[in-house]
Design a protein around this ligand. Structure first.
Ligand code: AKG
Ligand code: FE2
Length: 496
């Protein structure tokens, strides 16, 4: 996974790209030098004979010319042969070969496809707009190429997302018709490849007429259209099995992640939290009650900018791909959670950093009276398309002596230009990241101590910018002396 992370590290990718670019330019220079030398040589060798009108009779009658010719042919042609044979740019070819291991792998392309697809689906963007760099009214200074759009289509086809594949292939074909640069002609798929995959996608999506139209529109395929349709039909689409990177889009994300989504009106309370600590009397926090049942609040401006700077400094260098804890306790990289993270384990921090973390723990404790206890902050970073599918934070511990996650704190460390909200599908709530804001909820019902299933939540994909946050889970056993009754009932049922 470290390998994956470093490959995903865009700065590293840019560096590799720059090195390969310089290498290619150097290779071209060397080829040029060889060309220049040989061209000059050719002119020189041709020279004496160009100046005479009738070389055949001149060579026979002019002893100087024939002397030159004998000497030159004996010595120069073998020399030319050596020069021609001389290999050029072997070093550069070797370098390019070496760098292969640094290139993004197919799975990186598929993850990037998944991110693009997720954003396009969740925010209901048109592939043509995305290709033009228009993301939800934000115009980026870049466009997708024909190959980019074709690859989106091909990857989505592989993932059995046939309608989505078709919509990207249509854009690929439109771009193909608009313009084709010289380099694109070398590296791009042919128009008929685009059209046939488009037809296959439409066919698999159950759109026979659109499949036929795609073939009839393609001059080189028109004549065989009916045969091809038959072949595509007979070639049963493989049963849509679980794709390792691309997942179906959750309708709740589509509804709740939209930046214009406003939850149903509730009796919102906004107050200043001053109890019980002395600290809060001096520096009260603005508190917003988002939901009474289940209890859910946000506190504003809880962290200072300098604290956030320190958190970033101590976390960013150690980020790696987030893992998921499976039911059996194993941890894996999984498509449902596309983020990087690092746990801020106090034992591994400098004394000064550990102190800062402790200070923030104390502040969270002051806000909620919960014991922070033994767990660590998880510093989370989501890039473009980064998300977390709906889940519960509790680990489904049904054991009576369990130590499950009774509550969650989520601290947003930056403002996200677009996307990245934390959304709760049962209570229809969207919380947008804001620098220094703390979101807090319970994963256990405070009266029954049973799992609070309505805490089901997810992180919307990041559309523009990136999102950084701290997550902190509060464990049952750490509350023993604060809330002695907070013990799971014997009847606690395992929840999905
Ligand atoms: O980043 C978010 O908005 C939610 C993160 C989350 O749910 C988690 O890490 O458990
Ligand atoms: Fe969560």
């Amino acid at each position: 996974t470290d390998e994956l992370t470093s490959l995903l590290d865009k700065l590293h990718m840019l560096k590799v790209n720059r090195q390969l670019m310089e290498n290619l330019n150097e290779y071209v220079n060397r080829l040029h030098q060889k060309l220049d030398t040989l061209r000059r040589l050719a002119l020189e060798l041709e020279g004496p004979l160009l100046r005479v009108e009738d070389p055949e009779s001149e060579v026979l009658s002019n002893p100087l010319l024939s002397y030159s010719l004998v000497r030159q042919m004996h010595f120069d042609w073998p020399h030319v042969e050596k020069l021609m044979e001389q290999s050029v740019g072997l070093e550069q070819i070797d370098f390019a070969k070496q760098m292969r291991s640094e290139l993004p792998r197919l799975q990186d392309v598929m993850e990037a496809t998944a991110a693009m697809n997720r954003v396009q689906q969740v925010y209901q963007l048109e592939p043509a707009d995305v290709a033009n760099g228009l993301l939800d009214e934000v115009q980026l200074n870049a466009k997708l190429s024909i190959s980019d759009c074709y690859e989106m289509g091909a990857n989505l086809f592989e993932a059995s997302q046939f309608s989505d594949a078709a919509s990207w292939l249509i854009v690929a074909r439109e771009l193909w018709d608009q313009s084709l640069t010289a380099a694109e002609e070398l590296l791009t798929v042919s128009r008929s490849n685009i059209s046939s995959l488009l037809a296959r996608s439409e066919m698999a999506a159950g759109h026979l007429e659109l499949a036929r139209a795609a073939l009839l529109e393609e001059p080189s395929l028109r004549a065989q259209a009916e045969q091809l349709l038959l072949a595509y039909r007979n070639h049963e689409a493989a049963p849509s099995e679980d794709h390792p990177y691309i997942e179906d889009t959750d309708d709740d994300f589509i509804e709740l992640c939209d930046s214009s989504y406003t939850p149903r009106p509730t009796r919102l309370v906004c107050s200043y939290k001053t109890n019980p600590s002395k600290f809060l009397h001096l520096a009260p926090f603005k508190m917003e009650l988002l939901s009474e049942d289940p209890y859910m609040v946000v506190f504003h401006d809880v962290l200072y900018d300098e604290e956030i700077e320190s958190l970033r400094r101590m976390s960013e260098p150690s980020l790696s791909r987030s893992l998921i804890v499976e039911e059996d306790g194993t941890e894996t990289v999984f498509k449902v959670r596309t983020a990087n993270d690092v746990f801020l384990d106090s034992d591994e921090l400098s004394p000064k950093d550990a102190q800062l973390v402790k200070r923030i723990y104390q502040r969270l404790r002051d806000l909620t009276e919960l014991r922070l206890g033994h767990a660590s902050f998880e510093y989370l970073k989501y890039d473009f398309g980064g998300h977390y599918t709906f889940h519960h934070d509790y680990l489904n511990d049904t054991d009576h002596s369990s130590d499950d996650r009774v509550a969650t704190f989520l601290i947003y460390l930056n403002d996200v230009t677009r996307g990245g909200a934390t959304v709760f599908s049962d209570i229809k709530l969207a919380v947008h990241p804001e620098k220094g804001k703390v979101l807090h909820w319970y994963n256990m019902n405070p009266s029954s101590f049973d799992f609070e299933t309505r805490s089901y939540h997810g992180a919307c994909p990041v559309l523009i910018g990136r999102k950084i946050a701290l997550a902190r889970w509060i464990h049952e056993q750490d509350q023993m002396f604060v809330k002695p009754c907070l013990q799971p009932p014997l009847s606690r049922k395992s929840r999905g």
